[in-house]
Design a protein around this ligand. Structure first.
Ligand code: NAG
Ligand code: NAG
Ligand code: NAG
Ligand code: NAG
Ligand code: NAG
Ligand code: NAG
Ligand code: NAG
Ligand code: NAG
Ligand code: NAG
Ligand code: NAG
Ligand code: NAG
Ligand code: NAG
Length: 848
């Protein structure tokens, strides 16, 4: 007897379980207008694909298995056609698991520079270093997490909680990296806003949330998805990014990597993305469903329990009719096109991600008992750094420093008449007891904060501590520096705190990917290592104290920020190899700070949006993005909450005047997008090798390496029905029609300029920001960032023009009714200023 109640129950759950709507079939590459270089790459890819056998195609789509090559991801090769195994390597701020590479400032530090130029040059420098190490595909930049939660573990990898800033900087990073023949991967699509419950097995069995039944779902409404979380991905697509990585968690109850609404509908149709979607490591959860939903590459190749969604299973699925060969052809075309576009060459990795030793195994992932391999040279210790990458890392770290407080003109020290001694405090001032590479993936924080932890970390090779950097700089001016890292026995620091002319207290807050201490996300927004008490104790003993905060995100400053003896506060994100040196140059005044906060610092932790920390009764955590687009400063502005320091805030050693606002607006700005051009016919060369079972068999005599993922099938294959999805569920969106979406989205509708004058007393770069408020037929945040510019004014008295282009998209809202963008009629106000709240110039205009 069948248990009916069981069936009834599952049927009910199915009806009620929220899920993303279907969107099939998956759009093919090549149906929108392409630039010439991309078009040529596409034609070349199509020709190669036409010449491939079924298992050769599958080889390109599937990783060969975790640790089955030298990089964190390695694809199968097709030697016959000159397609090598591609090397995929983390991460967004340099090259993970390698030596003799530069640790560049993290994304959040780059965001505080507000500099397109520095982000481009850093992207290009990372490209060059990747090339020297033999990496083809760089797993960066990050524009998701965006930063919905102040405490989210990986916010520091990305460029800030503002989608406009993240989009513009992400695009520069991509263009920089790809200019050096290395493919960029923008990640993680989308809503990957917390580490808690991001993956099911990891959180259930490693972190022991025994009642967990599924990974967290980010439930994001239509407007918010388009106007906030997908926004920077559109900039990335427009910048010709080669690949997009889908994320671990679910979107609206459907896994991101099998979410057809997201991958087929939004990314490939609406945004016109022409490259390939790769899974985050083990984020893939299905075979046929993910293939039809728009996934193009499976990483690392098998799932966490060793099962194969693709590889031989994909070969079988094409042979037995489950998956149409055309979808596989499109996957391979989408993978090869951007690689040809960036002019990938024959480079091979000359380092191993799995041992720091020179000698090691080629296939670190095979247990010894299964396969006896002899060690070979895997690490050639090639020095990938050069003078220019070091310069860019230093210049970026300097531009990233944010001056938050400077009472009584304590800074810069060079301006003070007589300073002869500085005492330094805090664990963050020194290298920790285990050295600069404190642990695997930097999962530790017992010294200066160089990067956050996890796959987005990079190992420093030569690192000068903040203390050493300050001491070296101070010696030039015959200033004596001494210090201590004692942080708990506060009686022991009191004497030292009283004796110097100035104290510098280095404090930190760290976080990372959910694979180590603290479960990734921060448990609080407080300083680590007793930082608050240390600051208060030192400040009670001396009138002149400088607090230097290195942090992955907002921190609580309330315990000490108003302390009369805390005269100066500087803050920076994890700034890589040259973080300490950058701070020293700012403290002394060799470099005037120009950095601006890329997030809001609240007075009260309850002003931030909390992470979902509890597993509900049904075991399926839901993260409802019910605040819509109102995150970070938009939220504070909307609720009229006073922050401690607002988004965009940051002081300088100089004063600037802003004037001569000039706003030119197009006579008529269209309310709606024009209908997109009809899709182009993607004519392709004929397939030379239709799928055949004989091609799909392992060649006689081939010696398998155990655990390695090969594309060949065993046994017999019988044809059956295709995997059924609703192939009539695609809808043409007027937002579509080009790479990055309907070309009109990117057309310029207004231009704004103004002058800025350096009134002294220092030479300094200056960052200006432009915000716009919209008519409120569709309620939006009071002000949204829609422009920023940074310019050097190295001479006192110097004046320059700053310039902002406003695109049609910058004035648009997403209208769920028409499923597209529209520009509201009515009054808009433009604000130009030093921060999101410090407005100096303003003007209104009306769109009729
Ligand atoms: C997610 O669900 C919301 C609310 O039902 C809907 O507006 C939105 O379009 C959905 N998005 C995706 C990608 O499923
Ligand atoms: C697939 O890739 C692996 C590893 O590069 C290689 O050994 C194998 O021959 C390839 N198979 C085909 C069909 O090209
Ligand atoms: C297919 O590949 C083979 C081997 O590289 C080559 O000789 C042949 O010309 C290719 N055919 C086409 C039509 O490209
Ligand atoms: C990697 O190092 C090896 C050994 O020094 C060298 O032969 C090779 O050219 C290097 N690879 C790249 C991409 O520079
Ligand atoms: C989870 O439970 C296992 C088995 O009891 C234990 O070995 C492990 O240390 C626990 N992990 C954590 C993070 O508590
Ligand atoms: C092979 O290399 C690994 C990594 O360097 C090392 O741990 C191991 O001891 C080596 N094995 C032999 C037999 O040398
Ligand atoms: C905040 O978290 C850090 C890191 O776990 C911890 O060291 C510190 O004691 C916590 N602070 C507060 C105020 O809870
Ligand atoms: C500030 O420092 C002076 C000098 O050491 C000290 O007398 C005073 O108490 C301090 N102020 C506070 C609020 O701790
Ligand atoms: C923070 O906000 C909460 C809720 O509004 C309030 O109860 C609490 O007193 C506030 N804490 C501080 C330190 O202001
Ligand atoms: C999320 O939204 C759903 C649907 O509105 C609701 O049933 C659920 O209780 C919400 N969950 C949380 C944690 O707020
Ligand atoms: C596969 O098919 C062949 C030929 O029809 C048959 O002889 C063989 O028994 C089949 N093998 C299996 C495992 O079914
Ligand atoms: C085709 O192959 C897939 C993967 O092995 C399998 O799940 C599916 O049931 C097969 N279909 C038929 C009709 O054999």
């Amino acid at each position: 007897m069948v248990n009916l109640s069981f069936f009834l129950l599952s049927a009910l759950t199915l009806v009620h379980a929220a899920s993303s709507p279907p969107w099939y079939p998956s759009p093919e590459a090549g149906t929108v207008v392409l630039d010439l270089r991309w078009k040529q790459a596409l034609q070349k890819a199509q020709q190669v694909v036409a010449n491939m056998t079924l298992p050769e195609k599958v080889n390109v789509t599937t990783g060969v298995g975790l640790e089955m090559g030298l990089c964190v991801g390695n694809t199968g090769a097709v030697d016959r056609l000159g397609i090598k195994s591609f090397c995929l390597q983390d991460g967004p701020l340099g090259i993970r698991h390698a030596d003799k590479v530069t640790v560049f400032p993290a994304g959040i530090a780059m965001a505080s520079t507000f500099s397109r130029d520095l982000v481009y040059r850093r992207g290009a420098a990372m490209g060059r270093e990747n090339k020297r190490k033999g990496v083809d595909i760089h797993l960066g930049p990050v524009v998701g997490p965006l930063g919905r939660h102040a405490q989210a573990g990986r916010n520091w990898e990305g460029f800030s909680a503002d989608c406009y800033l993240a989009g513009k900087l992400g695009a520069q990073s991509i263009m920089g990296t790809q200019s050096e023949n290395v493919l960029a991967v923008v990640k993680h699509l989308v809503g990957n806003e917390q580490e808690h419950f991001r993956q099911f097995l990891e959180w259930k069995f490693i972190f022991n949330y025994t009642t967990l039944q599924a990974q967290v779902s980010s439930n994001i409404d239509d407007r918010t998805m388009n106007e906030a979380y997908l926004w920077p991905f559109a900039d990335a697509v427009r910048a010709n990014v080669g690949s997009v990585m889908c994320s671990y968690q679910q979107v609206n109850g459907t896994g991101s990597c099998e979410n057809s609404a997201l991958l087929n509908g939004k990314l490939k149709h609406e945004m016109g993305f022409q490259g390939f979607v790769m899974s985050d490591w083990y984020a893939q959860q299905s075979g046929a469903l993910s293939a039809l939903s728009g996934l193009d590459m499976s990483m690392p190749g098998q799932d966490v329990l060793g099962a194969l969604f693709w590889g031989p299973t994909l070969t079988t699925m094409v042979l037995n009719g489950t998956v149409d060969e055309a979808r596989l052809d499109d996957m391979v075309t989408r993978i090869l096109t951007p690689l040809f576009y960036v002019k990938i060459d024959g480079r091979k990795p000359n380092f191993s991600s799995f041992t720091p030793n020179s000698e090691g195994p080629l296939y670190a992932g095979v247990p010894k008992i299964q396969f006896n391999q002899t060690n070979t040279t895997v690490n050639y210790h090639v020095d990938a750094r050069d003078v220019s990458s070091q310069d860019i890392a230093l210049e970026s770290a300097q531009a990233a420093v944010i001056l938050l407080k400077n009472d009584y003109g304590l800074l810069p020290i060079l301006d003070l008449p007589s300073v002869s001694s500085i005492n330094v405090f805090g664990i963050a001032s020194q290298i920790g007891p285990n050295g600069p590479v404190c642990a695997e993936d930097m999962t530790c924080s017992d010294g200066a904060l160089i990067t956050g932890w996890g796959s987005g970390s990079v190992y420093p090779t030569e690192y000068q501590s903040p203390y050493e950097a300050l001491r070296e700089r101070a010696m030039e001016n015959e200033v004596y520096v001494s210090g201590t890292t004692v942080s708990w026995n506060l009686d022991a620091v009191k004497g030292l705190a009283a004796e110097a002319d100035i104290n510098v207290i280095y404090v930190l807050a760290d976080s990372g990917e959910g694979l180590g201490q603290e479960d990734g996300d921060r448990r609080n927004v407080s300083l680590w290592h007793n930082g608050d008490e240390l600051i208060k104790t030192v400040a009670s003993m001396n009138r002149n104290n400088i607090v230097v905060v290195t942090t992955v995100g907002p921190i609580d400053m309330e315990p000490w920020i108003d302390h009369v003896n805390v005269s100066a506060v500087v803050l920076t994100g994890p700034a890589g190899d040259f973080g300490g040196k950058a701070i020293a140059s700012v403290i002394f005044g060799d470099y005037s700070p120009s950095g601006k906060l890329p997030f809001t610092i609240a007075k009260n932790i309850t002003d931030y949006i909390p992470i979902v920390l509890d597993v509900p009764k049904d075991g399926k955590p839901q993260s409802n993005f019910s605040e819509g687009t109102l995150i970070d400063y938009k939220r504070f502005d909307h609720f009229n909450t006073t922050p401690r320091y607002e988004f965009g805030y940051g002081l300088s050693y100089s004063n600037f005047s802003f004037a001569d606002l000039d706003l030119q607006v197009e006579e008529s700005i269209s309310e709606f997008l024009p209908s997109p051009a009809l899709p182009l016919n993607a004519s392709k060369p004929d397939n030379l090798h239709p799928p055949s079972i004989s091609d799909a068999r392992i060649p006689p005599g081939f010696k398998r390496i155990p655990s390695f993922v090969y594309p060949w099938v065993e046994g017999n294959v019988t044809r059956g029905p295709p995997f059924t999805v609703d192939t009539n569920s695609s809808r043409v969106s007027t937002a579509s029609g080009g790479v990055g979406g309907n070309p009109m989205l990117w057309s310029n509708v207004a231009t704004l300029t103004h002058s800025v004058n350096n009134q002294g007393p220092h030479g300094s770069s200056v960052v200006a920001q432009m915000y716009i408020s919209f008519p409120q037929d569709f309620p939006t945040a009071p002000r949204q960032l829609r422009g920023f510019d940074r310019t050097p004014l190295m001479l006192v008295g110097e004046t320059r023009q700053l310039h902002y282009n406003i695109n049609w998209r910058d004035l648009a809202v997403w209208d769920p009714e028409i499923q597209s963008w529209r520009v509201q009629r009515g009054e808009y106000t433009v604000y130009v200023g030093r921060s999101s709240r410090d407005v100096l110039l303003t003007q209104t205009f009306v769109v009729k």
